[in-house]
Design a protein around this ligand. Structure first.
Ligand code: PAF
Length: 293
């Protein structure tokens, strides 16, 4: 069945109120459109957890920096509708910029510490834009739960923090990364890659796999892991590393030494396209269990 497309805030609020009144559980998948298998996996997860799935498609100007080309962001609502329907989306909320940020708009949501490092250090204001639009979308759609992809691990952590800090009654579900056959994480930005760049982009996952293998073999020195990852990535002539970091999985603080549960994260340009990826790893704490007998 084709999803219902709602463009006005008022209509979306009304629909959500009706659904809640009739006892439906609403799951929400926020997107910027140009859907791929990664988004569809979020919809399927949402379907499993609720009765009604609402997806937003809104290319949010507040999260693009002055040097980032929002006009070039890929868009195709007709295709998105087909794909969203195939995965079980009931309602698409697709507002205009004027609907979301009307004349006189001036409020923003700043989640402080976890927005600062990693992508936040290179994209000032990005996570403020994300938190703001997601808070607005939550207030409009009024879901019981919302599903985010782990590829954007920092974003998911920012949103989890916001929901706790602002007492929003919404469960945040983080769904695993969906990868291409060579391990490249699915992303709307992969569209920008030429055929040669697309082949080269496989080094991102290869470097993460290298990190995982080294850590599994007992490496605990952060710099050694990062150096090995750089070596892998430098095989791709069109690559330029923006950052490689190993950070705590809850507060995203960089680790001094490998321990506990953490993300290995990276942002790498392949040609002009900036790609991000990560893996979550946990290593057993050697002290645990030592005195348990
Ligand atoms: O991950 C995205 O696509 C966006 O950052 C989001 C969450 C839809 C907010 O605009």
């Amino acid at each position: 069945m084709q999803p219902q497309v709602i463009k006005s805030v008022q209509e979306m609020r009304l629909r959500s109120a009706q659904l809640r009144q009739s006892g439906h559980r609403i799951a929400f998948v926020p997107t910027m459109g140009y859907l791929h298998e990664g988004h569809l996996s979020l919809v399927r997860k949402a379907r499993d957890l609720a009765d009604v799935v609402v997806m937003s498609i809104f290319v949010n100007p507040a999260q693009f920096g002055p040097n980032e080309d929002i006009a070039a962001y890929p868009r195709d609502l007709a295709r998105d509708k087909r794909l969203a329907a195939s995965a079980g989306t009931d309602i698409i909320f697709s507002p205009s910029n004027a609907e979301m940020y009307p004349e006189g708009y001036q409020t923003s949501v700043l989640v402080k510490d976890v927005s600062q490092g990693l992508c936040g250090a290179f994209r000032p204001g990005h996570f403020e834009g994300v938190a703001t639009v997601v808070a607005k979308l939550f207030n409009i759609v009024r879901p019981h739960l919302a599903v985010f992809g782990e590829k954007d691990a920092q974003q998911a952590i920012v949103i989890q923090r916001m929901v706790v800090d602002l007492n929003m009654d919404i469960d945040i579900v983080v769904a695993p990364i969906v990868r291409e056959h060579d391990g490249l994480a699915m992303s709307s930005r992969n569209e920008y890659l030429t055929a040669d760049e697309r082949r080269q982009a496989a080094v991102l996952f290869e470097s993460l796999r290298t990190a995982k293998e080294l850590i599994a073999a007992g490496e605990r020195d952060v710099d050694n892991v990062k150096t090995a990852m750089r070596t892998v990535i430098s095989k791709a002539s069109k690559s330029r590393i923006q950052y490689i970091e190993i950070a705590d999985s809850i507060n995203l603080k960089p680790l001094g030494r490998i321990a506990g549960e953490f993300y290995v994260l990276l942002a790498v340009y392949i040609g002009k396209t900036r790609l991000i990826d990560n893996v979550k790893i946990s290593v057993p704490d050697k002290n645990i269990g030592q005195n348990s007998h």
